[in-house]
Each structure stands twice: as structure tokens, then as C-alpha cells.
Design a binder for this molecule. Structure first.
Ligand code: GLN
Length: 448
């Protein structure tokens, strides 16, 4: 009731697309009765969870914040949702986001922007803007998002909360609406590391419905949160000296590194060399994958279909898709189709795959020498609403620090670090090697 009331009082933030009031109260009452009778309950009993509108929950609407899926109801639940329910969590509603998770500000949603609760003139980040604000404003305890190029870490940074993107293949993508399948990963928002760890514990691990999930065992993440050692940290020289990084934030990072060293850790500058190539590589590869993934939305099988009559089948597809998709999604379908087309394929798609390989190799070399890489999550604090909407390239370039972990498939987390003199928070991003979420969470808890 507390969270439902807060949600009702915060409707101006536009974080929730739907609230499952009746169902949430029934579940709470059922849990209450079970506890009173001394019956066992799951590890997340009563935990109030918000869900991004790209993750299917059977019998509930899911639209990827797009007109093309207007009115569509999930036929099955994502594995992550099934596991949350089995652990007795309460799913309280679906959360606003950028259309098909494409964006950095939540301004691409067909349901309108989400407001940053700390400063309503600023964006919450994206694409999981609703998921971030729901936790930031205390409308739920934890939430799910998806992170293809930063969509969990970047809004967590803008909102001053914790955002985890696990290793590619740690959490099943079954029931997650695909944007770029070789990058997509479900992520978790929380106010602290222990909460995020509890949710990861429940939703991670093998799944017969997603063959890309690792068979590796899931360690006890809570037990990993003990602070009994010092660390060898690396930072990427070109990331910290990048001209796009806000000067005050750069100073904040230098100060933070000094504090870490004073506490007995080492913080070493390393060369990376590929920073300028990662945003182009990311946008070539993800738009290529998106153009293929989004071809299923044809006006026949799901959601929106044009009402215009007298069309042949090709024109029917074109008309339905033209009406259903928003501007940014169309831009990416066009770009992805272009980079995959005969004559350009090698120059763009193959080249970007080669960059991805270099990035994977370089990162794994660095991570074999250090416990973790530290870097900013975003080069600036939260943008003003409308500030970057007319300039998609500027918007894409702001993804410079987050796309790295998705290109390499490694786990990464954004943890609040300091407050800027403009009043907005900014975070530090921590990256560890593949499947080492235990160290990642431990380090994050250590620095928080
Ligand atoms: N901002 C990035 C993009 O627009 C990241 C999106 C995401 O992680 N889903 O593609």
C-alpha cells in the first residue's frame, strides 16, 4: 500500500505505464497469510519490483514503449519474471522506457518522457528511464531494466542509484524483447549493492529457453560482500583524459583514485587505444542486429496494423510499420539495413566485428592483470530535457563509456560517487572479467 500510494503521488514523473494494484495487494495478502501460518516463503518475499516494458509478463501488456505493440498482451513470462515470482517478489507494474530500448534519455517513448525526480527539468537517462526513476523516487525497491549499450548503468548514474549489467549470458534473455541480441542483457536497479545482489541471485543462471546463458554455477553473492582485501585497479588513460568528460567530474575521479590509494589499493593508468572506435562499432553492430530483430513487427502477427484498405501485402507491411515505429527506431532500421547491404557489408559490418574482437582481446588482457577497471559511467551529468534531441550523433557519443562492456560482454556496474556543483549526481563505473559478478559486487559495495 505504501508503494502504491507513492506511485499515485508521483504520476507526474511518468515512470509507470501500468500499475498492477489489485494483483500486488492480493499477493501481499497471500504472503502475509502464509507468514502468519508459519509457512515458508521465497527469498524475495514481499520485495516490490518494477519491470521495464520490454520484459514479458504473462497476461500483462508489453509494448516496448512503441505504438507498434499497442494493446499487445504477453503470452508468456520472461524467465527473469518467472524466477522473481517463484521467489515471492511482488511485481508492481510496468515501467516507461525508450522505444525498443533505443535511446539515452527516455524521450523516444511513445508514452512521453520520464522526469528525473531530483530535477524535473532533466532527463532520467535511458533507455530504462522509468526503471531508474521508480527506484530513485522510492516507488518500488528494485527494478529490472535491459542494457544493450548502457541502458541500466547510464540512467542509474543520472539518477544517483546503483545499476548492474551482468555478464552477457548470466541472465536468460527469454522473454526480453530483442534490440541487439548479441549485446542485450537484463540488468538490475537498486539503492544499494545488497539489494541488487539478492535479485541477481534469484534471476541468474542456466535456462533451457536461452542457449546463450552460461551453464556456470551461481556463487553466493551476499557472502561475497565481505571487505577483507585491497585491490589492483586500472583506469583507461584515454577515457579519463577524453575531451568530452566534464572537467569537474574528471577532478572528482582523480580525488576518488587518491582516496582508494590512501586506503591501500593501487590505481594504475593503462592504455586502451580503441576508445574513438567503440561508439561507431557499437552503432553499426546494434543497428544491424536491430534491423533484423525488428522485421518481425509486420502488422500481421502483433500489435498495430494499419486500417487503410486496398493495399497489397508489401504496402500493408510498409504502412503498418511506418505508422507503428517512432523516428529513432526507423533511423536505426535504416542504418542497420544499410550497413548490412551488399557492397557496404565489409566496409561497415565486418569492420565493426573486427573492432569488437580487438576490444574483447584488449579488455581481457587488462582484466587478467587487474582486479577491475574504473571509469566514468557517462561523460556528463543528466541532460536537460530536449537538450540533445535534435542531434542524434551527440546523443550517441555520450554512450562512449558504457558501450565498452556490451561490446566485450563483461559485467559492469554504476555506483553513485559524488554530487556535481549543478546539484546532480554522477557515478563511477566498475568493470570486472566475465562471470565475476561476485568481485564486481564486492568492489562496488566497498567503494560505495
Ligand atoms: N543509449 C544506447 C542506445 O541508444 C543504449 C541503449 C540500451 O542499452 N538499450 O543504443
Amino acid at each position: 500500500r505504501y508503494y502504491l500510494q507513492r506511485i499515485a503521488q508521483s504520476s507526474h514523473l511518468n515512470a509507470f505505464l501500468e500499475v498492477y494494484e489489485k494483483e500486488a495487494l492480493e499477493k501481499a495478502a497471500e504472503l502475509d497469510a502464509r507468514i502468519r501460518k508459519g509457512e515458508p516463503v521465497g527469498p524475495l518475499a514481499g520485495v516490490v519490483v518494477g519491470n521495464k516494458d520490454v520484459i514479458c509478463y504473462k497476461g500483462h501488456k508489453v509494448s516496448a514503449a512503441s505504438r507498434i505493440l499497442e494493446g499487445f498482451t504477453s503470452l508468456y513470462s520472461a524467465t527473469a519474471i518467472e524466477r522473481l515470482l517463484a521467489a515471492d517478489a511482488i511485481i508492481i507494474g510496468s515501467l516507461n522506457c525508450d522505444e525498443f530500448a533505443m535511446g539515452s534519455t527516455n524521450e523516444n517513448s511513445s508514452y512521453g518522457p520520464v522526469l528525473n525526480a531530483l530535477d524535473n527539468s532533466r532527463v532520467p537517462g535511458g533507455s530504462s528511464g522509468g526503471s531508474a526513476v521508480a527506484v530513485q523516487a522510492g516507488l518500488c525497491q528494485v527494478s529490472l531494466g535491459s542494457d544493450t549499450g548502457g541502458s541500466v548503468r547510464q540512467p542509474a548514474d543520472f539518477c544517483g542509484i546503483v545499476g548492474l549489467k551482468p555478464t552477457y549470458g548470466r541472465i536468460s534473455r527469454y522473454g526480453l524483447i530483442a534490440y541487439a541480441s548479441s549485446f542485450d542483457q537484463i540488468g538490475i536497479f537498486g539503492r544499494n549493492i545488497a539489494d541488487v545482489a539478492s535479485v541477481l541471485q534469484v534471476i541468474a543462471g542456466p535456462d533451457e529457453y536461452d542457449s546463450t546463458v552460461a551453464q556456470k554455477e551461481i556463487p553466493d553473492y551476499q557472502a561475497a560482500l565481505v571487505h577483507n582485501k585491497t585491490y589492483k585497479f586500472a583506469y583507461l588513460k584515454d577515457a579519463l583524459h577524453h575531451e568530452g568528460l566534464d572537467a569537474e567530474m574528471r577532478e572528482g575521479f582523480s580525488g576518488f583514485f587518491e582516496e582508494l590509494e590512501a586506503a591501500g589499493n593501487t590505481v594504475t593508468a593503462t592504455d586502451f587505444a580503441y576508445l574513438d572506435y567503440i561508439v561507431p562499432a557499437y552503432y553499426v553492430l546494434t543497428t544491424a542486429e536491430a534491423s533484423s530483430n525488428l522485421s518481425r513487427f509486420d502488422g500481421v502477427k502483433y500489435g498495430h496494423r494499419t486500417t487503410q484498405k486496398d493495399l497489397d501485402l508489401t504496402d500493408f507491411y510498409k504502412k503498418s510499420r511506418s505508422e507503428g515505429f517512432g523516428k529513432e527506431v526507423k533511423r536505426r532500421i535504416l542504418l542497420g539495413t544499410f550497413v548490412l547491404s551488399a557492397g557496404y557489408y565489409d566496409a561497415y559490418y565486418t569492420k565493426a566485428q573486427q573492432v569488437r574482437r580487438l576490444v574483447v582481446d584488449k579488455l581481457s588482457q587488462i582484466l587478467s592483470e587487474y582486479d577491475a577497471i574504473l571509469m566514468p559511467t557517462v561523460p556528463s551529468t543528466a541532460f536537460k530535457i530536449g537538450e540533445k534531441t535534435e542531434d542524434p550523433i551527440a546523443m550517441y557519443l555520450a554512450d562512449i563509456y558504457t558501450v565498452l562492456a556490451n561490446l566485450a560482454g563483461v559485467p559492469a556496474i554504476s555506483v553513485p560517487l559524488r554530487r556535481h556543483s549543478n546539484g546532480m549526481p554522477f557515478g563511477v563505473q566498475i568493470i570486472t572479467k566475465q562471470f565475476d559478478e561476485a568481485s564486481l559486487l564486492n568492489i562496488a559495495d566497498h567503494v560505495m
